[in-house]
Structure formats: structure tokens, C-alpha cells
Design a protein around this ligand. Sequence first.
Ligand SMILES: Nc1nc2c(ncn2[C@@H]2O[C@H](COP(=O)(O)OP(=O)(O)OP(=O)(O)O)[C@@H](O)[C@H]2O)c(=O)[nH]1
Ligand SMILES: [Mg+2]
Length: 293
Amino acid sequence: MQFTALPSVGVSCRFLQKLGNCTIIMSVLPPVRKDRIIGQLPKCFNRGAALNTDDEFHNKVKTACQQQRTGTVGFKISKVIVVGDLAVGKTCLINRFCKDVFDKNYKATIGVDFEMERFEVLGVPFSLQLWDTAGQERFKCIASTYYRGAQAVIIVFDLTDVGSLEHTRQWLEDAMKENDPTSVLLFLVGTKKDLSSPAQYTLIEQDAIKLADQMKAEYWALSALSGENVREFFFRVASLTFEANVLAELEKSGSRRIGEVVRKYIKDHPKMKVFVLTDLEKLSITSVGCGLL
Ligand SMILES: Nc1nc2c(ncn2[C@@H]2O[C@H](COP(=O)(O)OP(=O)(O)OP(=O)(O)O)[C@@H](O)[C@H]2O)c(=O)[nH]1
Ligand SMILES: [Mg+2]
């Protein structure tokens, strides 16, 4: 077996692997940055408007990650879309977290932009695909074509602009047209905290918490300019989407395991035909019959 290093492309390092006449190109990612490692479930921002108030990751998720169960906790990616009115600060928020920069000049996003952020959660590689969509009406049509398949939706408003909070209902409705509401995690995020006075902040926060409760979203307030709560927020998004992702996989692999037991039995008894009716929803075998072939 022979390996040849190729020039690196983006963050990945590529190798040519020779297997007989066959050449395989393998991509090897560098290790996850030390400041993207999550070992504990990060706290919510406000216990009155949180998706969950647990102190730790779900036990089933911790156990699966400890045992590194193949197929259940392999490399994972979740799609996250960021929506909200124009100029509320979506791009600045993503840029503060992913690149640690802040631009005070407004440059409208045209259609969509995309960032990939890599984490390690409970020892398992995990990536967030962050889709930064345009808030301007004329680009909405293009942006909405990227909504489908989101595991989390971040709805952004400007803490100094009540109108942008009111419009979040419409953004949610549009995002949900393309997604399954039962499996998407929602976050309602107020930006530009540095610009609002304590009195102004308290007022808008009351409305935002009420709305978050109605939407079943988790509420956060932050500032891309100062960086306040930005890292905490994205760690929370990464952790909750990871947890939901692993729980969904565990549920699926539970159903697969029953199928595997049945297949094995048939193989061990080639002259016997085994009929098995399973209730995959409840993961229970409801009836079994057999006969000679
Ligand atoms: N003071 C302050 N200004 C901010 C903050 N976040 C964003 N801004 C400013 O708000 C303006 C709009 O920010 P963007 O991030 O481009 O807004 P957007 O939501 O991506 O806008 P579209 O791409 O048009 O949808 C810019 O001038 C930013 O500098 C913040 O936390 N504090
Ligand atoms: Mg933008």
C-alpha cells in the first residue's frame, strides 16, 4: 500500500492511496481546534425560555459516545439556517463566531453565504453547516431555496428594533414550509445588545421571551460587536443539535437491530423459512412463524 501527499485543499489534507490498480483519494481533516471541544452541555441563556434546562447531556447520548458505537456516533453534520430581517446582524454574528471579526460597514448578503464550523462533542467529530441567508426582500426567493433539510433554525432580530422582532413570526413560518416542525430546533436571537440601554433591553426582552415560548424556541441576546454570548450561543446550538442527531440515530439503529437478528436467524437455518412480523414503531416482535423450504 502506498500513500502520496497532495497539496492541501482548504482545511483538508489529501492523500492518494494505491490499492493494486486502484487509486483512492482520501481526505484527512486536521484535528478540531482546541476551543471547539465540548465536553459538557452548555447552559441555556434564560431558563424561562429554553429548549431544555438539563444540566447534562442525555444519558443515552453520553453512553453511545463513550462506547463510540459505530453507525450511531460516526462523523456527523447538521444544517443550520439563519434567517431574519435585513441588517439585523446575521452575517456579523456568524463572522464573529467563525472568524472572530466584526465589520461595522453594512454589506447586504446576496442570496446565501455558507460557513462550516467543526466541533468535537463528547469526543465525537461534529460539524455545523451555517447557512447565512439574505434578509432583503428581493433576495428572499433565492435564499428560501436553501431552507430545506435544516436541523436548526436561528431567527434573528435586532434588540433595538421592535419591528424586526414582530417579523420573526413570518420568518419562522417561511422556514417551516420547507422543514418538519417536529424535528427542527428553534432559536430566537436578539442582536446588538451593546446598543440597547438596560431599560430598553428589559422591555424588548419581555416580548421576546413571550414570543419564544409561543414558537417553542430558545431565546438568546448577544452582541457581535463585543462578542458577548456569541460563543456560548453557538456551543449551545452545536450541543443541542448533536444531541438530537444522536438520539434520532439511536432510535433508528434500534429498529435496524431487530431486522439484523431476523436476517441472521434465516442464514443460520438455510432450510427453514422464518416469518417475523415486527412492530418497528414499538421495537417489538409481534408474531413469529416458520416452515420448511
Ligand atoms: N453595534 C452593533 N452593530 C452590529 C451588530 N451586529 C451587526 N451590526 C451592524 O449592523 C449592520 C448589519 O449587519 P449584517 O450582519 O450585515 O446584517 P444582516 O442581517 O446579515 O443583513 P442582510 O445580509 O442584508 O440580511 C452592520 O452595519 C453591522 O456592523 C452588533 O452586535 N452591534
Ligand atoms: Mg447578511
